[in-house]
Design a protein around this ligand. Structure first.
Ligand code: PNS
Length: 165
């Protein structure tokens, strides 16, 4: 039986921290489905199509990774995909409360699906898509925090050139 995990998120955009979790997850699971939540109510910088493109380009180096998008309940999507686990990355302590709440709600909704937390590499403890977008919007150099395609797309979106210290 294939061990399948869903790695859900907004991925607006994917960061090196996300890729670190994918890589760690591949040592536990045969297949990881990186699933972008399609949520028209949430304002995002990149469209779902753009996020899929960036994720596809930055995960070609891995085997066993599929990129998809979903709407509705995550546990229902996990069941449709025959996945038994939801994979989430844990960074600093500040992630804990929200992640705990999400995992417990998901367990309440479907007891068959387990949430697996992986600790992100120390390098990525303080990186997030939001802080990266903010830095990029003012021309900050975010090249060591995101895959090349994301750096390019962020520059294109904000019309900026990197500023170095
Ligand atoms: O990267 P994010 O934005 O923190 O990811 C949040 C995500 C997509 C995992 C979460 O919002 C989600 O699973 N949404 C789908 C609806 C759902 O099932 N919510 C949890 C139980 S109410």
């Amino acid at each position: 039986m294939q061990r399948i995990a869903i790695y859900p998120g907004s991925f607006d955009p994917v960061t090196n921290g996300h890729l670190d979790i994918v890589e760690r997850g591949l040592s536990l699971f045969d297949k990881i489905i990186v699933a972008i939540l399609h949520n028209p109510a949430k304002k995002s910088l990149f469209s779902v199509e753009e996020r899929i493109e960036m994720l596809q380009a930055s995960t070609v180096k891995f085997s066993g990774v599929e990129i998809d998008c979903f709407s509705g309940l995550l546990v229902d999507y996990a069941s449709r995909k025959n996945a038994h686990a939801i994979l989430r990355g844990m960074r600093a302590v500040s992630d804990f409360e929200y992640e705990f709440q999400l995992a417990l709600m998901n367990r309440r909704l479907n007891r068959e699906v387990q949430t697996v937390f992986l600790m992100t590499g120390l390098r990525w403890i303080f990186t997030s898509s939001s802080i990266i977008k903010e830095a990029a919007s003012f021309g900050g150099d975010i090249s060591d925090m995101v895959p090349e395609i994301v750096e390019y797309k962020l520059r294109e979106k904000f019309g900026t050139e990197p500023k170095t210290a």
